[in-house]
Write a protein that binds this ligand. Sequence first.
Ligand SMILES: [Zn+2]
Length: 337
Amino acid sequence: MVPTGTTPALRATPPNLGDYLALDTSILLVYSLLMSNTTATEKPVKQMTLREFDALFPNELAAKDYLVARRWPKGAVRCPRCGSEKVYALKSRPYHWVCKNHDTTYRFSLYVGTIFENTNYPLLTWFKVLYLMLSSKKGMSALQIHRMIGTGSYETAWYLCQRLRAGLADPEFMQLMGIVEVDETYIGGKDKNRHWAKKSHITGGSAKMAVIGAIARKGNVVCQVIERADTATLEAFIRRVVNGDVELLATDDHGGYRKLRKAGYKHEAVAHMNHQYVSGKAHTNTIESFWSLIKRGVMGQFHNVSKKYLALYLNEFVFRFNNRNTQDIFGVAVAGC
Ligand SMILES: [Zn+2]
């Protein structure tokens, strides 16, 4: 199951245009606080530079070779339908193979089963968009990407971004261990024009979207758009993503978390209502920093995200965060797309 919720159907119509780059400086501060909080002992990772990107992908063929090597890393192309390695390269059509393990001969290209399938855009364009998306810690708007690489139209850039976000969902999700923080938050709605610190963080209007997340300290984050933050929904999410043997499960004093101890979790809550934010190892600062990052990203880069697409933006932020120590984040992303 995809941990960030269902991926909505995509259409080639972008949301509102806009750009508030003045927000960028403050988001950097939030992010550096976040990273110092969670990766104090981890070495910073040097990611691919633009010069390295250009050297790696001088043309479309280089991009195709790279995709083949990432999809089938052991050097053996496999049939996407049956998994057989007994496939034959079509001499007349590069990057196409034939599998005879079926009733009728099955032909496939390097794109079958990937998000790059059935599009007319050059793979190199996809790769450039992905590179920009992963290079910017707070995300990059489709408008900015369109300006930077000239995708033909803003709509094209928007479409490529959304498909890539769908491709960044983690199919090999594992339950969180260690010290885990769980928290719920609200994104969008009428608060959109307010400073983030002044957001009401309550379900005011129907436009507000509830999101629940869990983060293992120094580990991964998982989050999901939810219909309502009631006890049943919160508990179901926790049972799915948090291992029963965690060292500590920390939340705030939201009533929906009250039964976690009964459910067998080593649960401790901090009483935010009484202005208590840390109690021993129990606090929710890590997940709250992650919410700040998303909210700044949604406001500064993506503006007001519709409910339909919020899960896709979450995919992007979760992927970048969980791969913050991955040297080859680009390659990992391509392999998963
Ligand atoms: Zn086959």
